[in-house]
Design a protein. Structure first.
Lengths: 341, 77
């Protein structure tokens, strides 16, 4: 038998388990870290964001809350300003409407309004995204809306980074909104997504928030995207490879801070840009990514950039209509071919 | 050689069958003791299957396959 130095170096987890591993490690290391939200205790999070945490840490550190987002997010903000490190879950990003004042007027502004004297070291976790027929009020990403409001960082994550970004988010002294797409969690009851299972480093693992990753190197066209759309973009890039098209895929990892250097560096190489965003088209991430290039040097573009996003409509429930609205592989491929014409 | 069985999840029905929903290891891979091998489902309940020991894992059930609880789904040499 061959003995390798570290036989567990290929240990794989799905995104939800990687996220939970990071939370558990930080809760172990720091008694100020606790988790609260709806169905995060016995149920383990409706998208498995907290599986096993109640058994391990007990009901004083893993709190099931009533359906009262303003109340319990406010509780987390208060705890954070007093020096604790709460992680508070908003079950769906779509529900931000009932508690937005706490999020953008309090969580995001207390540090500024206190003249920098009060820190708000908390994480707001929330499930985002569609593709599984959950209707217009449970399928949105809305990260463009969060990212538009100053004072917060936003960190959607791919499976390999779920652990490292969560560790960084918990340790950050400013509020971080950690948006996990249901389609990357690797849940057995969702559509199979092989990219939601990957090698996850054991022990401490930190990914700096604000640094994009080159998910795949290429030379003909740059696809800039985030979260589940990274998986779709990689599917398309692999398919187009056999047609002699070399696509580079940039995984932004976070919208705030936005890694504009990485975007420009890639476009400087390829001259062609496709932005894929599973959020609404107008006034959102896709326009911001394009502006990141035009603000610096519009001459980098050999062709007009193409944006693939959710059209400005509510996301339909009916699967064929929903798939038509979402930026899935078919629309990404079409855009890549168009920008190369 | 150690067999890895589909865990017994239903005491009521010894012949109950479940599904190997996800393999976290590839056939022939080196695994460590307690490393996550698979997730299985029975009656909408998920259970993780860790490696009982270290070694080379050989899978004997396809992902998505229906398996009676207690049946061997992998072997570790």
């Amino acid at each position: 038998m061959t003995v390798t130095d570290n036989p567990t170096s290929t240990r794989r987890l799905n995104t939800s388990k990687a996220m939970v591993e990071a939370i558990a490690a930080e809760m172990d290391a720091n008694p100020e870290v606790f988790y609260l939200g709806e169905d995060v205790g016995a149920y383990g999070g409706i998208f498995s964001s907290t599986t096993g945490l109640l058994d391990r840490f007990g009901p004083e550190r893993v709190l099931d809350t009533p359906i009262s987002e303003t109340g319990f997010i406010g509780l987390a903000i208060g705890a954070a300003t007093e020096g604790m490190r709460p992680i508070v879950e908003l079950m769906f990003a779509d529900f931000m409407g009932v508690c937005l004042d706490q999020i953008y007027n309090h969580m995001a502004k207390i540090h500024f309004e206190s003249g920098g004297n009060v820190k708000v070291p908390m994480v707001l976790t929330t499930a985002v995204g569609g593709g599984y027929s959950d209707g217009a009020q449970h399928s949105q990403c809305l990260w463009g809306t969060f990212a538009h409001l100053p004072g917060m960082k936003v960190a959607p994550s791919t499976p390999a980074d779920a652990k490292g970004l969560m560790t960084a988010a918990i340790r950050d002294d400013s509020p971080v909104i950690y948006m996990f797409h249901k389609g990357v969690m690797g849940l057995p009851w969702m559509a199979k997504n092989p990219r939601s299972i990957d090698v996850v480093p054991e022990g401490e693992h930190i990914v700096e928030i604000g640094k994009a990753a080159v998910a795949r190197e290429g030379t003909d066209v740059t696809i800039v995207t985030v979260s589940l759309s990274v998986h779709h973009a990689l599917d398309v890039a692999e398919k187009l490879d056999s047609d002699g098209i070399s696509a580079e895929v940039i995984d932004l990892r976070s919208l705030v801070p936005l890694d504009r250097d990485a975007i420009c560096a890639s476009v400087a190489k390829t001259g062609r840009l496709v932005v894929v965003d599973e959020d609404y088209l107008s006034y959102g991430m896709s326009g911001e990514v394009v502006a990141s290039v035009t603000d610096r040097d519009p001459s980098l573009f050999k062709a007009p950039p193409v944006r693939v996003a959710v059209p400005d409509i509510p996301i339909p429930y009916a699967r064929p209509l929903e798939y038509a609205a979402l930026p899935r592989q078919d629309r990404v491929e079409e855009a890549v071919r168009a920008v190369l014409r | 050689m150690t067999d890895v069985q589909f865990p017994v999840m239903s005491q009521k029905d010894p012949t109950a069958a479940g599904v190997v929903s996800t393999w976290y290891v590839a056939d022939g891979e080196q695994v460590a003791a307690d490393q996550l091998l698979a997730e299985v489902q029975l009656d909408k309940v998920d259970v993780e299957v860790p490696a009982p020991c270290g070694g080379t894992v050989h899978l004997s059930a396809e992902e998505g396959a229906e398996v009676v609880q207690g049946a061997v789904i992998a072997r570790i040499d």
